[in-house]
Design a binder for this molecule. Structure first.
Ligand code: TYD
Ligand code: MG
Length: 453
């Protein structure tokens, strides 16, 4: 009988160490080393990969088909993948439980009847998946469901079915017999991901891995997972709202500034190709405290609504709360308004909300946030055809922002009549061709005189 071997793994960075330490010697995190049983068998990895070893090749002699990508029939997903799915790539889709990861991949699989797809589910039974597929309501005769979690048992089915795409739901439930620790442990996740990586590279089958995310927003399991895979997609959104954003965090085959937007409906995820439309609530002209920001998320210009409520504080200490926006930045903007413009906000409660439940951290939203706070404080509404794109500095100056022409073009497309920007952004702008009126500002006071006097 072989002796049980154990090792210590850092749950933060995945580094392995032979003995326990209070601090990880690799990433410096404290109390992250956990003991795990490891027992390496004689043969490692996907059986197909060990049978032929790679030979050195001249770079100039390597040919590839640059244009060949699998069209996912889903423009938002194609976009975050960098124009479609690259054969042989390993993609990690991370997100909080219940956000819609399984729904997205099952739906995509259903909508691709020309590709044989193997969906390996370690989380849900085949009946549960059938119920979900019925809910999405698309028929497909080329989709196989396998509820097996041991990788050595899965491999023969892959050789048998010869799928065009593999989906693993989730990487935390899959285990390999080569490692003896329990499912979801660091050494298991690392080993199974490595094996799936070898499988993808040796067979050229693209593999999607679903991964759960811990509360602090990182993929559960070590960071090492992110190093192994080719692409990391993050599924975000507020569960109370229908909107979901898929962000590309790492992509060996495309840009990482891409963003896909979906809406969770009763029949699966709907692609949202014109996000500005849904992020602006239909409103009456005469509501104060609402302003529209021309923001950029990733590469996409979006118009989003910022809503503020300013009211007299009931208790001694005024409350400040921000949803979808950095609270410290809100406090800074309030201090600027108080100090530079003489607005007495020190005795007021201020609540700020970004409509649609999405989180933005584009500095260009400052001006719209200031405008909505002033609008609520003064109880004067802002014209629904006005929008804003500028950063506010500590001295109350209106600072320029990047890619102003894209923001202006989106605002114009959405039918806005005026856009307030920094006067330093005017350089190089061809205003004569624009239908939207550009209002250049130097200081916050300039905006106040435009809007509230
Ligand atoms: P799910 O894909 O199971 O999330 P994850 O795999 O990320 O844990 O998504 C579950 C949520 O989505 C669940 O709360 C139900 C909801 N949902 C819909 O609103 N409409 C649908 O058509 C489907 C299939 C799920
Ligand atoms: Mg799931």
């Amino acid at each position: 009988m072989s002796k049980t071997k154990t090792a210590y793994f850092c749950s933060n960075c995945g580094a392995q160490s032979a003995k326990w330490n209070g601090q990880c010697t690799s990433c410096g995190a404290w109390n992250t080393l956990e003991e795990e049983i490891i027992q390496k068998g004689p043969q490692k990895g996907f059986s197909g990969s060990s049978s032929h070893s790679a030979k050195p090749q001249l770079l100039s002699s390597i040919s590839y088909d640059n244009n060949y990508r699998i069209d996912m029939h889903n423009s938002e997903l194609n976009r975050v993948l960098g124009g479609g799915l690259v054969p042989g790539s390993l993609i990690l889709l991370g997100g909080e439980p219940g956000i819609g990861k399984s729904t997205l991949l099952l739906q995509v699989a259903l909508q691709l009847p020309e590709v044989t797809i193997l969906y390996i589910s370690g989380e849900e039974s085949s009946q549960q998946l059938k119920i979900r597929a019925d809910r999405i309501g698309v028929q497909n005769n080329n989709l196989y469901i396998l509820t097996e979690t041991i990788i050595q048992n899965i491999l023969p089915f892959i050789e048998d079915i010869q799928p065009g795409i593999i989906i693993v739901d989730s990487i935390q439930t899959i285990t390999t017999q080569l490692v003896e620790s329990s499912a979801g442990s660091i050494s298991q996740i690392r080993e199974t991901t490595n094996e799936l990586q070898q499988l993808a590279k040796s067979t050229n089958i693209p593999v999607f891995l679903i991964g759960h995310i811990t509360k602090d927003g990182s993929i559960a399991g070590p960071k090492i997972l992110e190093h192994i895979v080719d692409t990391v997609l993050q599924f975000e959104g507020d569960r109370n709202y229908g909107y979901r954003i898929v962000r590309s965090v790492k992509n060996r085959f495309g840009s990482t500034s891409e963003l896909g937007i979906f809406e969770m409906t009763s029949v699966g995820l709907r692609e949202v190709s014109n996000p500005s439309e849904i992020l602006i609530s239909q409103r009456d002209d005469s509501i104060s405290g609402v302003a529209i920001a021309a923001t950029i998320e990733g590469l996409r210009p979006l118009l989003i609504e910022t809503q503020a409520l300013v009211s007299t504080a009931v208790y001694g200490t005024p409350q400040r709360s921000a949803t979808g926006f950095d609270l410290r930045r809100l406090n800074m903007l309030l201090a600027v308004l108080e100090k530079r413009c003489g607005f007495k906000l020190g005795t007021k409660d201020v609540f700020l909300n970004i409509a649609g439940g999405i989180r933005v951290d584009d500095p260009a939203n400052d001006l719209s946030i200031v405008a909505s706070i002033l609008s609520s404080g003064e109880d004067i509404f802002i014209d629904s055809k006005d929008c804003f794109a500028a950063e506010v500095g500590l001295s109350g100056e209106i600072r320029p922002v990047v890619r102003i022409d894209q923001r202006i073009a989106e605002a114009e497309k959405m039918g806005f009549k005026r856009i307030f920007i920094s006067r330093y952004n005017l350089k190089g702008l061809e205003q004569s061709k624009l239908k939207i009126k550009i209002i250049p500002l130097g200081k916050i006071e300039d905006m106040i005189s435009y809007l509230f006097q």
